[in-house]
Ligand binder design. Sequence first.
Ligand SMILES: NC(=O)c1ccc[n+]([C@@H]2O[C@H](COP(=O)([O-])OP(=O)(O)OC[C@H]3O[C@@H](n4cnc5c(N)ncnc54)[C@H](O)[C@@H]3O)[C@@H](O)[C@H]2O)c1
Ligand SMILES: [Zn+2]
Ligand SMILES: [Zn+2]
Length: 375
Amino acid sequence: MKTRSAVLHTQPGRYEVTEVDLDEPRQGELLVKMAAVGLCHTDDHDVPPGSAPPLRLPLAGGHEGAGVVVGVGPHTPGWAEGDHVVLSFVAVCGRCRMCSTGHQNLCDLGARLFSGARIEDPTSFRMSYQGRPVGQAYGLAALSEHTVVDARSAVKIDPDLPLDKAALVACGVPTGWGSVTNMSEARAGDVVVVMGIGGVGINSVQAARAIGARAVIAVDPVEFKRETAKQLGATHTAATMGEATELARSLTNGQGADAAVVAVGVVTGDHIGEAVMSIRKAGTVVVTGTGSMRGGGGGVPFNHTMFTVFQKRLQGALFGGCNPRWDIPNLLAQYTAGTLKLDELVTRTYSLEQVAEGFDDMKAGRNIRGVVLFD
Ligand SMILES: NC(=O)c1ccc[n+]([C@@H]2O[C@H](COP(=O)([O-])OP(=O)(O)OC[C@H]3O[C@@H](n4cnc5c(N)ncnc54)[C@H](O)[C@@H]3O)[C@@H](O)[C@H]2O)c1
Ligand SMILES: [Zn+2]
Ligand SMILES: [Zn+2]
């Protein structure tokens, strides 16, 4: 069939709505009609001038999506047309060492998702443009009217849930939430700094409030972000990490924050260094934000002897350390219960045609989350 996708044809470039050919789902695959897709900063990392070339072009983008199954590959038990799904940017095999020890976010299948090809066969693609294969970001290409995904990248959800809110639980919500609840060791009574209030960091703010942090310091240069953070649980805000560090020290008798989450849009070593400075002895910095997919950001400037003698911890975090199969439905249950806010995170909606504008708004700090809605 033909479908329309947000495709990156050149690098640097912009996502362009492109009619592509989409193959039928094969065994173990699903054809999904997308309903809503959040615009996450990760989709932009290898797009602007100066960034490293992506792994393959053309690339159909988008990974924070929810939709409805409209086709099921042959011999694919457990799925039916009409199932509602959240797509997971980490596929889950359920069998590898990481999956079987409670770390589905680190499933071995992850290494195979960057090619944009099928998980089992790096030469096999389901999308093409003018006869050339089109890679699907994380095997998904969520920013498409229809897409074909591996069933291991889909999580079935309650069909009564609104898909435009469920989409957020595909990436930004678990990533930000779990960065605090799973990765930071922060607990009730602590002082938590969240650096960067986008679709990821705002959920670290919500999580810090939920675990009973006594102070949640939201840091962002954009005033609107700081104001929104206050509505969603921040007790204090700061425009710079210098201010936030002073604030954390003033609240802790000079010691510093118990934990800091780095959720800046494009993370550099300097950001991580500032976060390390803000925490107390034996505190934790969780690095959630990333830069180019090819790595980058340079070295992290901090005094490593002080880092050692203060016994600080620097912790990377993928998908907030969440398990997609458990945490996606569980976060949606928290939304239903009213303990997690999703409606307030969507600040603007776009049509697929407006996708490049949506990413521009993201980079200009106009959104907490922009969401593309499909008919
Ligand atoms: N680790 C993961 O699994 C994972 C998953 C999703 C996204 N990410 C990454 O998380 C990061 C955040 O994503 P997002 O979609 O929320 O981005 P976003 O662009 O929506 O938000 C980033 C925020 O950082 C703010 N910011 C910029 N410079 C800052 C500074 N020096 N101090 C404080 N704040 C600053 C911006 O104003 C913006 O509000 C990105 O790097 C993204 O790629 C990681
Ligand atoms: Zn994302
Ligand atoms: Zn696995």
